[in-house]
Design a protein. Structure first.
Length: 347
């Protein structure tokens, strides 16, 4: 294939956009002959003449017609464009919400809250997925009142956060919202970590560095979005039928980047803490069982099961199975092991 000139239409205001570009550049670099990637905020005539295709991120609705009429193959990388008729490579918001719930459940949280933008697709999807994953425990939805001044908005958010029960886990749509939570509570009787835990999305290093403490965050893997988008675009340039309006690739999150904002767990029960540590160490051992765990903690199986379910909201057998299943998923995603090997390594 001849070298291709790919244009990334983007405002480049966040590290999320920068990481998409990094993934695109990484993929382009290994092509033979090497592809060329450029980026900017507009599609002027010179740009169009020099480009073979366009990857775009969160283009303003008023400019979509301009993109449609540019005459080049286009791939979108923002969930904002899911209904705009473009092939899309985007975050898997359902998986992000589920991973956030898993992180908090493993720390024995039973009280949950969510903060994110109103009427924005990715935020709503993450909220709904998180709520389903922590059910039957409810999720309190916190809102930033756009009718108030910035100061008024933050005062209201502080009051809402201070009303949350101690040991509440707050999931936010992205790291910017997580930073707001940490910031408004700096002069509060509610402390992070300790009273509350906060988890963001995107693993934005700059946002975390500008926060009072390191944020724990779901890494939404923008680099893979960039890689998949430019690879799809390259195939579509050669074979346009590849790029249909219903083409949709969802990129699962990479994992959790742990910081201080979810440090600690939501229980002081020494038995459960000991049981949780043993499960983390031995869950994938083939012969490890609940009976083994009970012996090692010096507790009857029945008492252990009852206390674990009361604190975590799920049965200890279910938790053991989830740990093994999560390990199997990780091995499937990150290795080329055979299914037999994965079954062995995940217990």
């Amino acid at each position: 294939m001849k070298p291709l000139n790919i244009y990334f239409l983007v405002n480049m205001q966040t590290s999320f956009e920068q990481r998409i570009l990094r993934g695109m550049a990484r993929f382009a670099r290994v092509q033979q002959p090497r592809w060329r990637v450029r980026w900017g905020k507009s599609l002027d005539e010179g740009t169009l003449m020099e480009s073979d295709g366009v990857v775009m991120f969160a283009v303003d609705p008023s400019r979509l017609q301009e993109v449609r009429e540019c005459g080049l193959p286009v791939v979108a990388t923002s969930t904002r464009h899911l209904k705009d008729g473009f092939p899309c490579v985007v975050t898997d918001d359902q998986a992000i919400g589920e991973l956030a719930a898993k992180h908090f459940r493993e720390k024995y949280y039973r009280s949950f809250a969510y903060l994110g933008p109103r009427d924005v697709g990715f935020g709503q999807n993450r909220q709904l997925s998180f709520a389903r994953a922590v059910a039957p425990d409810p999720v309190r939805v916190l809102e930033l009142d756009d009718t108030l001044s910035i100061e008024g908005r933050m005062r209201k958010l502080k009051r809402d956060l201070e009303r949350l029960p101690r040991h509440t886990a707050v999931f936010t749509a992205n790291d910017v919202f997580a930073r707001q939570v940490v910031t408004v509570l700096q002069s509060s009787r509610r402390q992070i970590p300790g009273d509350l835990a906060v988890l963001g999305v995107d693993a934005d290093e700059l946002v975390s560095l500008s926060c009072a403490l390191d944020l724990t965050s779901v890494d939404s893997d923008p680099e893979s979005i960039g890689e998949q988008a430019i690879e799809l675009l390259g195939r579509g340039i050669v074979k346009p039928s590849v790029l249909t309006s219903d083409t949709l690739i969802r990129i699962p999150p990479k994992g959790i980047v742990e910081g201080a904002s979810t440090e600690g767990v939501a229980t002081e029960d020494e038995l459960i803490l000991r049981a949780g540590e043993l499960l983390r160490l031995h869950a994938c051992d083939r012969d490890y069982s609940i009976d083994t765990l009970a012996r090692e903690t010096g507790c009857s199986r029945r008492s252990l099961e009852l206390r674990f379910a009361e604190l975590s909201g799920i049965g200890i057998g279910q938790h053991l199975w989830k740990l093994r299943l999560d390990r199997a998923k990780e091995l499937l995603r990150t290795t080329t092991h055979t299914l037999a090997d994965i079954a062995e390594q995940s217990g």
